[in-house]
Design a protein around this ligand. Sequence first.
Ligand code: F6P
Length: 324
Amino acid sequence: MIKKIAVLTTGGDCPGLNSAIRAVVRSGIYYNLQVCGVLRGFEGLIDDQFIEMDSHSVSNILQRGGTILKTARSDRFMEKEGRQKAYDNIVKNGVDAVIVIGGDGSFRGIETFTSEHPVNVIGIPKTIDNDIYGTDFAIGYDTAVNTVIQAVDKIRDTAASHDRLFFVEVMGRDTGMIALFAGIGSGAEAILIPETKTKMDRIIEILERGWTRKKTSMIVMVAEGDDAGGAYKIAKEVKKRFSQFDTRVSVLGHMQRGGSPTSADRVLASRLGVSSVEALLQGRTNEMAGIVDNKLVFTSFKDVVNKQKDFPYELMRIAEILSL
Ligand code: F6P
């Protein structure tokens, strides 16, 4: 029987983590469970950094970026010895189950962990990259896309005043999800992503078309993992063949990981937080909670880390039509 649960955040941070922590703590208390937090993700499991949590400890955090529990990437948890220490501390603290708010790297570590030790774990997906299998949206993604759109709206003002072409680089080491959604949402003339091969000739064609149509500004949205290189490299290449516009580069960087979560992220985090606690009480373990077609689903960690999420390629066509 589950009497005490622990919650932790691990991997890169994102907006909405605090909303998820609050939901886990409050629903745990609602179901008469003891709840504790673990600081710095898996590192805190290994270093025995468990803190008791009550309803008051999650007051006034729903709307805050970052994570009150802190987060870290843990090399030690990738080692058998580290995982053994983590397990020993879970037992020592009387914890019956753990809720891990993390990304696919963290779930890979957890899959190994639960194959070695008898621990009940439910995962909650978070990453601004939105590339986790088993959920349509991961916590943090909606906020990051909105942050990029707000930034590009501002860049558009200065670009239009100066008749400039801007290359805006956004996060997405392995995926162009942010670039695609923010690109459509901000009316980018071209969107370059790792999922498709970047054709320089096509970009030049689009930019020349914009020039002919007397556009006063143009935006090329570049995902950091694009095959043609980062925004600076691509801008240099383009400049050699298209010099009609004065060109500037803007790399948005870690501002995309901060800020107050949007309503979509707050609701998603709240829903997944409560559902994870309920899942543990129903005897579920070794699964990640997610939302697919607006329904709650659970996917085994094995599938989460081994299967590839579908990419919405049809949106690239929409973006191209609208970039006229
Ligand atoms: O969370 C994933 C991500 O946003 C990637 O898109 C990006 O490359 C990475 O984080 C950067 O993270 P950090 O600076 O924390 O290593």
